[in-house]
Unconditional design. Sequence first.
Lengths: 433, 200
Amino acid sequence: MARPRKRRVCVVGLDGVPHELLVRLAGAGVMPRVAEIIRGGGLRKMRAALPPVSSVSWSSFMTGANPGEHGIFGFTDLRPDSYELRFPLFSDLAAPPLWDRLAEAGRRSAIINQPATYPARPISGVLISGFVAPSLERSVWPPALLPALARMGYRIDVDTQRAGKEPGRLLDELEALLAARRRAAAHFWDQEPWDYFEVVVTGTDRLHHFLWPSVEDDGHPRYARAMAYYAQVDALVGEMWDRFHAGRPGGEEGQGFVMLSDHGFTAAAWELRLNAWLRERGYLTYQRDAPDSVADLAPGTRAFALDPGRIYLNVRGRFPGGCVEPEEAAGLAEEIAAGLGELTHQGEPVISHVLRREEIYRGPLADRSPDLVALGRPGYDLKGTTRSAEAIAPARLAGMHTWEDAFVWTRLPVPEGPEIADLAPAIVPWLLG
Amino acid sequence: MPRGFTLWFTGLPASGKSTLAARVSEILLERGMKVEVLDGDVVRQNLSQGLGYSKEDRDANIRRIGYVCHLLTRNDVVAIAAAISPYRAARDENRKLIGRFAEVYCECDLETLKERDPKGMYEKALRGEIANFTGVSDPYEPPLRPEVVVNTAREPVEESVEKIVRTLEQMGWVPPGDARGYSDEEAEAIQQRLRDLGYI
């Protein structure tokens, strides 16, 4: 049961929901509860972390830190002294999540479906990990809660293998998943003593990846179902809002309630496969005809990419096959950035930004960061695959992530033009105040 | 850095102290710690033989258990005491003596205790056949600030055990369980999922 004498915070995360879409659905009556909440102000556009993928952005949310401090730069990274890919774990997070700082002050947290926290580790309270958790078994702290979650029909994610081929099934699964998430939220709200509560909806991101046009185009055959899904997301937000305010004076409305997304979304028409582009330009060669990953890079490769738009210079001393002299690196980075900036497709530029590491990353782990981070213009989704020789090809998925149009709704003091790492430094002192 | 501490279970008869103490001791042994359990029922047959159930005798019993826990703790052993220990002052005296001391309050309502009643003692006490029976005809003073409260009427044993071990981990007194990395199967599952979503 919540302790009313102390301040509390409730965070609702809507993964991959752009500011513009939230405003539109609120205005159109699809999300009436969100409309009520944002009517009085407090909704802002927010920048995601870079690159704008959930693992990086949520890590910045939970730590309030730059990736150069928390050490998570993507869903994949390279093993030390190797080009072999690995998937960073929660234990790779090098900065403390906000709930650990709250625990030091004796506060408890209940966190449901937090991406980038697998495997779950002990916290003061409850933690249920979200994407990329491959199984529920090690996603739950304390593990004793597993049977209760199983009874609720709780699952982490939809069947992504079938989602692209069977849109009707995807929507069924998204609804079932959201319903289970709501049951879990209600259960832990009542059963756990907490000061910080968080629930993240990741189905929104899945819907956008596979069926983005269904939220944009009212003529789309799945439009009505997509809107019905969003209405249920709205109901979850409303439920959390009502529970949070139950028994509190009206003057405190909204204090401590936070809604956010971790990145934006837009339609994807094309993919720019950066490794194929680097190969065309003579920066990269493979040892095999059918390279499986960057582990198949040939000696002499000067630059390579990891998903989504991370470009690494193959610098001597940094990578085992490094051949770029450190003093040449800055020049090479400029050359690649310029080449990407000039890249056009069907007469239009492909790239919106090419950012140098020193523009983005700071902190003790910044030397592990990519040298460049490129972002595509809307419609051009950047990829780090090595399995394609074609630099620009039709997009496989319907939607792509965007950087500058995530959203946050809060009454806490956050800087103008906030970025996602600004939230924890606002939440923690307020909660402990 | 000291590794010993005392984990003190307190609660009414049949509230689950011995069961939880045994489960927690297994987990701590698996984690490479040295552990000794001092169970109230067993202690009364040796260390405290001859003591009765007056307040004085009960306090003497708790002081004796506390002293042994103190010796074990300072020698890097985890001492787990499971004793009704009805009087707050005696428990607090042990806390002061030992220092690294965590108290677990096994909460349980009388109805559930009467249903459990493994030795038929509640039944006898309620019939007035046993004098000085804690919770019926003798007082019990619950701790004011225990490190852990478990409700053994509501929680399954494993949930209470997790709660206790988790608290000890957070206090830094018990090392975390497994290394919690990915297995090969998990890595494959993650890779597939990331491919499905176009990330790799």
